[in-house]
Design a protein around this ligand. Structure first.
Ligand code: DOR
Ligand code: ZN
Length: 442
């Protein structure tokens, strides 16, 4: 195919100031034309080499075109836990969720703390010919919180950031050295903020509901203490610091204050912390067990406000696939995490339609903001840009069933529920990495 013509789509790209119904023409991996009727001539000369995609669905829904999404935080489980997910299935799930770039956490088996694993992941990612995979290397060897990894070499091998996600870098001296070391070659340090001494055996958020259910609590303060300490370290070392899956009102307040004082801190929030609370645990549903845990309504409100005012920069999925057997049994024994790559956009569009978040903030937080944090080129809808694009039917409803999901795992509280908003196609460098237009089977 030599050209793709998206005809009469509602293009929406806050960083390019685009919010209108236009044609977008893609040739040789790039957006060559964008504007009103810019694709009319090409569309009028039928040719096998031109694929025309209409701005209206068969149901008459207006299709929206967004810059491709960038996920800062996904667990693809390969190497070592391919029953949960592998790089190929994980990237397919990402493409189906509208993502063109996926940053992949290092808590694999073995841990990604070596150039061999980083290079191997890059290779596997390329071979999948789907969304681009960017490894995040560990901060400490084996994620054991003690000796720093060879981050400079890992960056050369393809690592885009460093994190011990799943575990906190608890020791202040280690965190200080990580920030100082990462700063010398501009590698972002991403913290999983959890004072483990305060969360031993935790099953859910500590509050009235954990007390009522008799489940062990994960107090907010365990997150807040680490974020506060790290912000001080980032200030002291004049370095860049990023908080993964920020979940408490207190941590949002600390980041807001730190930003106002010019400290180089950024953070992300997950779609589940923006839409779900600890009340979901009342049914002891292990699908709702996640780390950090689902919090209270006041946290959720504070996170929405923080995202709206720019305190929170990015939305990241923390896609954490687990098999059905990992999630069986009592809450205490269940693995932590939920899948997110294919559900993030519908979850967020729900917040947009209920007026809780402006669409522009959502798209910025899914695309240009995360790209900037890890130094990737931000996908843009404008002439000359790489064709990294996500086509969405915002009105289409679908039921979250295993057969609809590309991920190998189905651990989500949304299983069997109806959601609204569907990614119809994803283009990476002008190539369809997801395509369910024209009756193509998802
Ligand atoms: O819920 C979670 N699951 N949180 C984490 O930090 C790690 C993740 C996983 O790897 O399953
Ligand atoms: Zn994670």
């Amino acid at each position: 195919m030599s050209a793709i013509v998206l005809r009469g789509v509602h293009a929406f790209d806050p960083s390019s100031g685009v919010d209108e119904i236009i044609d977008v023409v893609v040739e040789q991996g790039k957006i060559t034309r964008a504007g009103r009727d810019a694709g009319r001539e090409l569309a009028a000369t039928p040719s096998e080499k031109v694929r025309i995609i209409l701005g209206l669905s068969e149901q008459g829904n207006q299709r929206w075109l967004f810059p491709g999404f960038v996920d800062l935080h996904a667990h693809l489980r390969e190497p070592g836990n391919e029953a949960k997910e592998d790089i190929k299935s994980g990237l397919a799930a990402a493409a189906a969720g509208g993502y063109v770039d996926v940053c992949v956490m290092p808590n694999t088996r073995p841990v990604n703390d070596s150039t061999i694993i980083t290079e191997w992941m890059v290779h596997k990612g390329k071979a999948a010919n789907s969304a681009r995979l960017h490894p995040i290397c560990a901060i400490t060897t084996g994620q054991n919180g003690e000796a720093l990894t060879e981050m400079a070499l890992l960056k050369e091998a393809g690592a885009i950031a460093a994190s011990d996600d799943g575990k906190c870098v608890t020791r202040s001296d280690v965190m200080r050295r990580a920030l100082e070391y990462g700063k010398t070659f501009d590698l972002p340090i991403i913290q999983h903020a959890e004072d483990h001494a305060l969360t031993q055996g935790a099953e859910m958020h500590e509050g009235a509901i954990s007390a009522r259910l008799g489940l062990r609590g994960w107090p907010r303060i365990a997150e807040d203490i680490i974020v506060a300490r790290d912000v001080l370290l980032a200030e002291y070392t004049d370095s860049r610091y990023h908080v993964a899956h920020l979940s408490t009102l207190g941590a949002a307040r600390i980041v807001r204050e730190a930003k106002s004082r010019g400290i180089k801190v950024t953070c992300e929030v997950t779609p589940h912390h923006l839409t779900m609370t600890h009340e979901l645990l009342i049914g002891y549903d292990t699908a709702c067990k996640v780390n950090p845990p689902l919090r209270e309504a006041e946290d959720l409100e504070a996170l929405l406000l923080a995202l709206a005012d720019g305190t929170i920069d990015a939305i990241a999925t923390d896609h954490a696939p687990h098999t059905a057997s990992d999630k069986e049994g009592p809450i205490a024994d269940a693995a932590m995490g939920m899948i997110g790559l294919e559900l993030c956009l519908p979850m967020l569009l729900g917040l947009v339609s209920s007026g809780k978040l402006p669409l522009a903030r959502v798209i910025t937080a899914l695309s240009s903001a995360p790209a900037k944090i890890v130094g990737l080129a931000a996908p843009r809808i404008r002439e000359g840009a790489a064709a990294d694009l996500t086509l969405v039917d915002r009105a289409e409803e679908w039921i979250v069933t295993p057969s609809q999901l590309r991920s190998k795992s189905h651990n989500t509280p949304l299983l069997n529920q109806t959601v609204r908003g569907r990614v119809k196609a994803t283009l990476r460098d002008g190539i369809f990495i997801h395509d369910e237009l024209e009756g193509r089977r998802p």
